[in-house]
Design a protein around this ligand. Structure first.
Ligand SMILES: C[S@@+](CC[C@H](N)C(=O)[O-])C[C@H]1O[C@@H](n2cnc3c(N)ncnc32)[C@H](O)[C@@H]1O
Length: 244
């Protein structure tokens, strides 16, 4: 079967291939640290026409991705215990496979048009894709309910400044949704200073968003320091992220 062409991914949208590939590596490792082993991701990576070896995936990157996957899976699980069938919105969805792991909720995905195009070639899950920037709210009417929503952004808004996120994203979400939880993945300040992903500098650290209060949106940051503590307390060890 012909492999799927993803050449429309460029620059910031191309970064979605990094966590996708990393989750496939983690699942193929000896002791996969991701609780619900993500075999769909392995299949998807095999279907793509792309040289993934160009990503020099470090142990640290794999460890961080393992952590955030587990932490966010637990948040989704807990959220859905009392609200099966409720809406979850994923901002900067990439090729995240949670809609397959948690089919009991209604998934609404927001990402750039080229990223959604690629997602739709690779995944035929029961979900609604909204192909637009997270900073463009013109099609929010696609989301039928506005109350008790879980919204999360996993390594997508890290490319934007905390000022843009606060004024453009959080302020708008706060005015649209009520009694909702927004979970936001950030990075260590050290990473903001030193790391570029596919040429894109990281801009938003843990500390930048920690103190934000919004009346309608409960706000939870998950990021660098939390991951280190999670590693210490949990069954995940860095050695689990080594392959073979
Ligand atoms: C590093 S990838 C993370 C993908 C996915 N969240 C995951 O963890 O596998 C960053 C994602 O953010 C998306 N993104 C970047 N800028 C965006 C924007 N303005 N609006 C929505 N999504 C955006 C990219 O297209 C890409 O899918």
């Amino acid at each position: 079967m012909a492999k799927v062409n993803v050449s429309q991914l460029k620059d910031i949208s191309e970064t979605l291939l990094i966590p996708l590939y990393s989750r496939a590596l983690l699942t193929k490792g000896k002791r996969p640290p991701i609780s619900d082993s993500d075999t769909d991701t392995v299949t998807i990576v095999d279907e793509i026409d792309y040289d993934f070896t160009r990503f020099k995936t470090s142990k640290g990157t794999l460890a961080g991705i393992a952590c955030r996957t587990c932490i966010l899976d637990n948040i989704v699980k807990e959220w859905l215990v009392n609200r099966p069938g409720d809406i979850v919105i994923k901002i900067g969805v990439g090729i995240d496979t949670r809609a397959l792991r948690f089919p009991q909720s209604q998934w609404y995905n927001i990402d750039l048009p080229e990223a959604i195009q690629v997602r739709e070639k690779l995944l035929t899950t029961n979900e609604t894709n909204i192909a637009q920037s997270a900073f463009d709210f013109s099609r929010m009417d696609k989301i039928p309910e506005k109350e008790n929503i879980l919204i999360f952004s996993e390594a997508a808004m890290i490319f934007f400044s905390s000022g843009d996120i606060n004024t453009l994203l959080l302020c708008a979400l706060d005015s649209i949704f009520r009694n909702s939880l927004f979970v936001f993945k950030t990075v260590l300040r050290l990473a903001v200073k030193n790391i570029k992903i596919n040429g894109n500098p990281l801009k938003c650290s843990d500390e930048d968003l920690n103190d934000i209060v919004r009346p309608n949106l409960q706000f939870q940051v998950i990021g660098g320091y939390m991951f280190i503590n999670y590693f210490k307390k949990s069954e995940i060890y860095f050695s689990d992220c080594l392959l073979n």
